[in-house]
Design a binder for this molecule. Structure first.
Ligand SMILES: *Cc1c(COP(=O)(O)O)cnc(C)c1O
Length: 790
């Protein structure tokens, strides 16, 4: 497609789809017109992919995920179709700037963090590889809340990405499924029949996901909930307007909001209904498609792979059995075997509070037939494994982790370390019973978004030296390694980082009003705010550094900009205290003339995918400092390493594998190992001893306690301090000195720019393994048993 053709297509959509004359067109109008014009280019490969899948009678993968943290789609699509230059020229001719038009698209924030972003990267990789499949999720009307700060305190406001039409999706009013809740179960002619009391309609909305170079496109199908009957006319005519709309209100509530908590098992009835809603709708859709091609249910595991992204869709096991047994009349054990051979499950966390449990009483009320089926699953399991101490039903709860494990033929962890811990901790008993079931698939990120799209300077440099093949074969980055000896390459590499940093400095000035020196080290921690991720370790080190700098301002300090980004779950009090503390510390430090440009702290509000795309390419240092044993994998860590930021990190999650790939000498390691953390906690005085041994840590804690950062209000952080001094489960104190010392090694390395840039370039050259294309190929080979159709 030429720029002229694209320009004509944009103008046609501007007039015919938006009803606007160019003379009155806004950025929004042009963005929508360009979106529709680009979407037109996706249709042919999309249909072709479907045709090929049917023709090959291929197995398909269905990726069920409660979250898809997609971000913007326009730039990805333009890049994947090779239309970047073309689009720029087309818009130039119309008097618009492509960058500005791209930035007009709201982020689709249908996820909380890593788990949802992983699902989005996987969609891109499946389409790039030609793995036939679909993503299934919920079309939340309101994605993750919008964050702002008021006096440093997090404020949450509803996000409304659907206020403007969503240009990428196709609504499918004909693709609806009726989803029931509650009601009764009765035996009928030897079969159990569930008669739900309430029901809603699940309506499909499809977004095509185009792969690299437009060779393949899969579908993301998101379900929106609608009432069976729009409203109760009789009640309306009686004058009962509220009652007339009740059905509609109930239905719409189900797909209204994303639960803004990715780590706590939510004990909310609505959340259970959301989980069942999208899982049941997806399964019916999957079976309808399967039965249109095959008439033998025996073939199900050969033609269908269903991946459960964490336990949120775990009700898929009982629901699939219900359909096969209650509706199709298969023997229970037979139905269970077919379901198990079709399902596989990804575990994402070892945090005990994050393993979902549902009260049996609630399950009995909302999904009475499923609770019976779960009891039979447990019975069948115990009949086969009479010695096993494992129970799905325990203490009045349904344990969704155990249910998912027992109903899956493969269970995977998301990094080598995490998979080992899954085997030795959460699922140790089940692993003993099924030693072949747990496999590892270390996470990855898509290089199309996280390098090509986010970092055009670096991408151009890479392509200039090693050609364009790296974009869908990321291990080709290894070919950069010899160039590290080339002064010309290193100068260009440094210039690309400097350019990104200058852009970010301008953006920071614009959004926060804080002037930062682009020559300073950009030290970045962006992720959900959580105690295990230890943003408070970082801010304590920041305080200690500031105190040392003030005491001795001419000691040759390496200037730093500490950048934070991230949201706290609205009900997570401690995480919100940490946010306030960071903002309080930032206010005091940024106003200090003694330290001036030596130290700045910035915390732009409302971290999301688009902000990550801005920050990561401009980062020097990547903070991956979780308490060892707590971060399952991380994917932010991979984005940073690829973009040439050096990691300061613990031996946790995928940090371990990143360090192995980039080389220990190009990674700043500190802190206790997972085993050492467990051992240290045995000593109830571990935090007191650490504080007593570290005047710096004691000084930083004292600075918080005496109100230095809270206008003299010593009580503001009393609870946080009491926790650190009294319990400190996340071992902030015990790791503090190790972290501090490691940061000084970071300073020394940064003070030698040639050395630093060489380490950075080696991170880029050696991180190609962390592509989600590699991860998806692993799932295809080890879990799904599917071969690519490209
Ligand atoms: C990559 C990403 C995450 C995950 O980051 P971690 O550091 O692995 O927790 C979360 N949110 C957004 C917006 C991301 O892009």
């Amino acid at each position: 497609m030429t720029a002229q053709e694209l320009q004509k297509a944009v103008l046609r959509h501007l007039e015919l789809s938006l009803g606007k004359d160019l003379a009155h067109a806004t950025v929004y109008d042009i963005r929508m017109s360009l979106t529709l014009a680009v979407r037109d280019q996706v249709i042919a490969p999309w249909f072709e992919s479907t045709r090929k899948t049917y023709a090959a009678q291929s197995k398909r993968v269905y990726y069920l995920s409660m979250e898809f943290l997609i971000g913007r789609l326009l730039e990805d699509a333009v890049n994947n179709l090779g239309l970047k230059q073309t689009a720029q020229e087309a818009l130039d001719a119309l008097g618009f700037d492509l960058t500005q038009v791209i930035a007009d698209e709201p982020d689709a924030a249908l996820g909380n963090g890593g788990l949802g972003r992983l699902a989005a990267c996987f969609l891109d990789s499946m389409s790039t590889i030609g793995c036939p499949g679909m993503g299934y999720g919920i079309r939340y009307e309101h994605g993750l809340f919008r964050q702002s700060f008021h006096d440093g305190v997090q404020i949450e406001e509803p996000e409304d990405w659907l206020r403007q039409p969503h240009g990428w999706e196709f609504a499918r009013p004909e693709a609806v499924e009726r989803i029931g809740f509650g009601g009764t179960v009765e035996a009928h002619d030897g079969r159990m029949r569930w008669s739900p009391a309430d029901a809603v309609l699940a309506k499909a909305h499809d977004t095509p996901i185009i792969g690299w170079q437009g060779q393949w496109a899969n579908t993301l199908r998101l379900w929106g909930a609608e009432p069976i009957q729009a409203f109760d006319l009789e009640a309306f005519n009686r004058g009962d307007f509220v009652g007339a709309a009740e059905q509609e209100a109930f239905a719409r509530t189900i797909s209204r909001v994303l639960y803004p908590d990715d780590t706590n098992g939510e004990g909310k009835e609505l959340r259970l209904k959301q989980e069942y809603f999208f899982t049941a709708a997806s399964l019916r859709d999957i079976l309808r498609r399967f039965l249109s091609e095959h008439d033998d249910l025996e073939l199900l595991p050969q033609k269908v792979a269903i991946q459960l992204n964490d336990t949120h869709p775990a009700i898929a096991g009982p629901e699939l059995i219900r359909i096969l047994h209650d509706e199709h009349g298969l023997e229970f054990d037979h139905a269970m075997a077919l379901a198990r051979n079709t399902l596989s499950f990804t575990n994402h966390t070892l945090l005990p509070e994050a393993l979902e449990r549902w009260p049996q009483a609630l399950m009995a009320r909302v999904l009475p037939r499923h609770l019976q089926i779960i009891a039979r699953i447990e019975e069948a399991f115990l009949a086969a494994q009479p010695e096993s101490p494992v129970r799905i039903l325990e203490d009045g709860d349904v344990r969704m982790g155990e249910l998912s494990f027992i109903m899956a033929h493969r269970v995977n962890g998301v990094s080598a370390l995490h998979t080992g811990l899954v085997k030795s901790t959460v699922f140790a008993q089940l692993h003993r019973t099924f030693p072949d079931r747990i496999v590892n698939q270390t996470n990855g990120v898509t290089p199309r978004r996280w390098v090509l799209g986010a970092n055009p300077r670096l991408s151009a440099l890479i392509t200039d030296r090693i050609g364009p093949g790296w974009v869908d074969d990321l291990e080709q980055l290894g070919a950069l390694e010899p160039h590290v000896e080339d002064a010309g390459f290193m100068a260009d590499y440094a210039a690309s980082k400097a350019g990104n940093k200058a852009d970010l400095a301008a953006w920071i000035a614009d959004t926060t009003g804080i002037a930062v020196d682009p020559a300073a080290m950009f030290d970045v921690q962006i992720k959900r705010i959580h105690e295990y991720k230890r943003q408070h370790l970082n801010i304590l080190e920041t305080i200690a550094l500031w105190q040392d700098m003030r005491a001795n301002p001419r000691a040759g300090w390496v200037p730093r900009v500490k950048i934070f980004g991230g949201k706290a779950a609205p009900g997570y009090v401690r995480a919100k205290e940490i946010i306030r503390l960071i903002n309080d510390v930032a206010r005091v430090i940024n106003a200090d003339p003694v330290t001036g440009d030596l130290l700045k702290v910035v915390y732009p509000a409302n971290y999301n995918v688009s902000m990550a795309e801005k920050l990561i390419p401009a980062s020097d240092l990547s903070e991956q400092i979780s308490t060892a044993g707590k971060e399952a994998s991380g994917t932010g860590n991979m984005k940073f390493a690829l973009n040439g930021a050096l990691t300061i990190g613990t031996l946790d999650g995928a940090n371990v594998e990143i360090r192995e790939h980039v080389g220990a000498e190009n990674f700043f390691l500190f802190g206790m190992t997972a085993e050492e953390v467990v051992a240290r906690r045995e000593d109830p005085q571990h935090q007191a001893k650490a504080i007593a041994a570290s005047p710096r840590l004691a000084g930083a804690l004292k600075g918080i306690a005496d109100g230095t950062f809270s206008d003299g209000d010593g009580a503001r952080y009393a609870a946080l301090l009491a926790d650190l001094r009294g319990h400190d489960y996340f071992t902030i104190c015990a790791d503090f000195d190790s972290y501090w010392n490691c940061q000084r090694q970071v300073d020394a390395a940064f003070a030698d720019p040639a050395r630093w840039m060489r380490m950075a370039a080696l991170n880029t050259a050696r991180s190609g393994w962390f592509s989600s294309d590699r991860t998806i190929r692993g799932y295809m080979a080890d879990v799904w048993d599917i071969t690519p159709l490209i």
